[in-house]
Design a binder for this molecule. Structure first.
Ligand code: SF4
Length: 484
């Protein structure tokens, strides 16, 4: 490690607000000298960084077309440029008087009154995120300005951040000061949705497992785990040996049913066994399996569903059918083709059941109906009717089964060797993977490479719908069923 980077480790950077907001341990690990060995930056994060840089470059070009722009090389150079009243300072470096905070706003823009205003380019479409407010708030403090900071969002909208961010940025600075002085890794709770996508997952998971941390039990959030521990329920084993009436009321764990479920979940975690609470009720009809892939990184604020995929009877891989659109410009075309396909299935199978996993598909159809002012459309009404064909396969699982899992995602259940044991053709594929690949597809110029990328994404979506079919079969074969 160079001397310069040693010094840098002691400093707070406003950009630390992103990992800090995500998890205090993550920002602490980021600041450690060993973090490079631990860290595996996901391809999605790399893509987001790339798209963020492209967004920043576009703004840089716009500013440079009408103003004098100079890139700062150091703290001293920034001060010189400010003294010279340079119109726009790109990547200016601002150091606090005690040198504990180093901020680098994307742009420092000179106002007509001769003051500098911090301006940041953010790919996000929500300028009110706490991490964004913290960053702009710290830049304002470093500049000692009353002017609001400006955020240029991914869709070009501008948001101003003023004094309302002061409390958040003070809290961030105070907490980062504590974290940087600590030689002990911060104690935090497990969160499946957060940890699963974190680059430190393989580092942290064994630590939670060794401890038998209560937050690894599905349904027990951090505050509930804190409350249980304060009442002597110190780990998963202790929880598994209790009854619902013995458990104290703690935040997010007050209802008797929820407590009983948490205990069963702890027992299932330890034994590796699935527990059935009630008979599973699956609807009768002709089942078709349905899954969509969407791109949230459109830059316009709306998601683009580029793939609507189906598996039809008799459910071999050849019975896979999909609507694909190459770009966001063809979004409406894809939506209408999807509705046309639904009409075809409706005619072919009057007792159609469209099985999907989680509420995402239903919510997306609703969203698209609103986007294209088609909420009264007959096919849309048919789809969204509460007695309509859509059936969320996750619901009967959550309602009736307790599985030895940390989360109840489709892949959590299907990939588990002792449960469904269905393996995707490409082991690395997943929803983040498909977003990355689709964005690479969009920017790829070579037709052959593009074709191969599309083929890989279709293969992945096909595996997803085959997985929901295997899941349905596994449920029917393994558990007590009740028809509806
Ligand atoms: S894996 Fe979880 S606990 Fe560990 S740093 Fe990441 S988010 Fe924090």
């Amino acid at each position: 490690m160079t001397e310069k980077s040693k010094v840098a480790l002691q400093q707070i950077n406003p950009s630390d607000a992103v990992p800090w907001k995500f998890c205090r341990r993550r920002v602490w690990l980021d600041k450690q000298s060993t973090s490079d060995e631990l860290l595996h930056i996901s391809e999605l994060n790399q893509l987001i960084v790339e798209l963020g840089l492209q967004h920043e470059q576009r703004i840089l070009e716009q500013l440079a077309s009408s103003k004098q722009v100079v890139e700062a090389q150091s703290v001293e150079h920034t001060q010189t440029l400010m003294g010279e009243k340079t119109e726009v300072i790109y990547q200016g470096q601002l150091l606090s008087p005690d040198e504990s905070i180093l901020g680098m706003p994307d742009f420092l823009v000179l106002t007509p009154k001769g003051e500098y205003q911090p301006v940041d380019a953010k790919l996000s479409l929500d300028g009110q995120k706490e991490e964004i407010k913290v960053q702009l708030g710290v830049y304002r403090q470093l500049l000692q300005t009353e002017l609001p900071g400006v955020v240029i969002l991914g869709n070009g909208d501008q948001v101003e951040i003023g004094d309302e961010a002061r409390a958040s940025s003070n809290k961030f600075i105070e907490d980062m000061g504590i974290l940087l002085q600590s030689t002990e890794m911060p104690d935090v709770r497990y969160s499946h949705s957060r940890c699963k996508s974190c680059p430190y997952y393989s580092h942290c998971r064994p630590i939670f497992e060794r401890k038998g941390d209560l937050s690894m039990v599905y349904g027990i959030q951090g505050r509930a785990a804190d409350g249980l521990e304060a009442n002597g329920v110190s780990n998963i084993k202790t929880l598994a040996e209790m009854s619902a009436s013995q458990l104290p009321d703690v935040p997010y764990l007050k209802k008797k049913e929820k407590k009983a479920r948490a205990i069963l979940q702890a027992q299932s975690y330890l034994s590796g066994e699935a527990i059935q609470c009630q008979a599973i009720r699956l609807p009768e009809g002709t089942w078709c399996h349905f899954d969509i892939e969407d791109n949230p990184l459109t830059g316009t604020g709306g998601k683009h569903v580029y793939l609507w995929g189906f598996l039809l009877p008799p459910y071999s891989k050849e019975n896979y059918e999909a609507v694909w659109t190459d770009s966001e410009e063809k979004d409406e075309e894809g939506w209408l083709a999807f509705l046309a396909l639904i009409e075809r299935y409706r005619q072919a199978y009057p007792d159609l059941i469209l099985a999907h996993y989680s509420n995402h598909e239903r919510a997306t159809i609703k969203h698209y109906a609103e986007r294209y002012a088609m909420t009264e459309n007959d096919t849309v009404c048919y789809l969204l009717d509460e007695n309509g064909p859509l059936f969320d396969l996750q619901k009967p699982i959550l309602d009736n089964l307790v599985l030895p899992l940390l989360g109840y995602g489709l892949k959590d259940i299907c990939k588990h060797k002792e449960l469904v044991n269905f393996q995707w053709d490409d082991d690395d594929s997943g929803s983040e993977w498909s977003i990355v690949l689709f964005n690479r597809f969009l920017s790829e110029g070579d037709p052959e490479t593009k074709r191969n990328m599309k083929k890989s994404i279709l293969q992945y979506n096909q595996d997803d719908v085959v997985a929901t079919r295997r899941l349905e079969e596994w449920l029917r074969q393994t558990f007590k069923m009740e028809s509806i």
